[in-house]
Design a protein around this ligand. Structure first.
Ligand code: SAH
Length: 261
């Protein structure tokens, strides 16, 4: 039996009860980079742990090898937990692993997790669909294979929407430039939530044309989630998470760095 389990964004208390039960019963846990140290610390000492983390664009363990290992252990009758940051089905390649395991005849289940968008937004005080600001929210990959051509920018550059970019830190400038070029107001606020829901969480506020000062100074550590839209304005008044030590409050457009063109 393999359980594909979402570990949530970092705070171990954001594990679901089902995820917690599976972890406690696990004999083998295969986890990657986004699973927080606090969650890993909860694993039973008897469980064998394998790190198969990927660093962006350099895969430390190829996906095929992960799949094969899961199949091998499950076939041996082990209780295997495949632990993934956030939710397995949101930019987590859980779908591919599920396909492979099912094709191999392994019995499998999926335990959803709190995805980074939900966790970061909650802990940063940014209600993703506050009715005064947004009628919809989109989860978008910022890890663009062929530069800017892969996303439908004009569809994304709509007012009254919230955009959440996963894996967007390396492409932040490109994303903002494309959204402006396709008509989104340059004063649209954005938040970069760094290490969301952990004790290291920091929230950096800027606008499309005026990126957060911490980004310019290279002071944003991954993982970081990019939230774009009017809802970000609420962060100033709704931020409640005391560990959040970002440089957000009092940020004013035009104050720190020259705007993007
Ligand atoms: N399956 C995961 C996402 C994996 S993609 C989920 O559902 O959350 C990896 C991206 O998720 C990172 O590049 C970052 O943008 C985002 N991310 C994951 N955990 C995060 C965290 N604690 N804080 C900020 N961003 C996070």
């Amino acid at each position: 039996m393999v359980s594909l389990v979402g570990a949530g964004p970092g705070d171990p208390e954001l594990l679901t009860l089902k995820a917690y039960k599976r972890l406690m019963a696990a004999e083998v846990v295969v986890y990657d980079r986004l699973v927080s140290d606090e969650v890993l610390a909860m694993l039973p000492s008897t469980a064998t742990k394998f790190y198969v983390g990927k660093v962006r664009s350099s895969h430390s363990v190829p996906q095929e090898d992960i799949n094969q290992a899961l199949i091998t252990w499950a076939t041996q009758g082990m209780r295997v937990v495949r632990l993934k940051g956030g939710d397995p089905f949101i930019f987590g390649r859980g779908g591919e692993e599920l396909e492979t395991l099912m094709a191999a005849g392994i019995s499998v289940e999926v335990v959803p997790g709190i995805t980074a968008a939900s966790g970061c937004a909650a802990y940063a005080g940014i209600p993703l669909t506050h009715r005064d600001h947004a009628q919809s929210v989109r989860f978008v990959t910022g890890h663009l294979q062929q530069g800017e051509t892969t996303l439908n920018w004009s569809a994304l550059a709509q007012p009254g929407e919230t955009l959440v970019f996963y894996m967007g830190l390396g492409n932040l400038m490109n994303i903002c430039q494309q959204l402006m070029a396709h008509g989104l107001d340059p004063l649209t606020p954005l938040a970069l939530v760094e290490q969301g829901t952990t004790q290291q969480q920091r929230t950096h506020i800027g606008t499309l044309r005026q990126l957060p000062p911490a980004f310019h100074s290279g002071d944003v550590n991954p993982p970081a989630l990019l939230i774009i839209g009017g809802v970000v304005r609420l962060h100033d008044s709704l931020s409640w998470f005391e560990a959040d030590q970002g440089d957000a409050l009092g940020f004013q457009d035009g104050k720190h760095f020259p705007p993007l063109q």
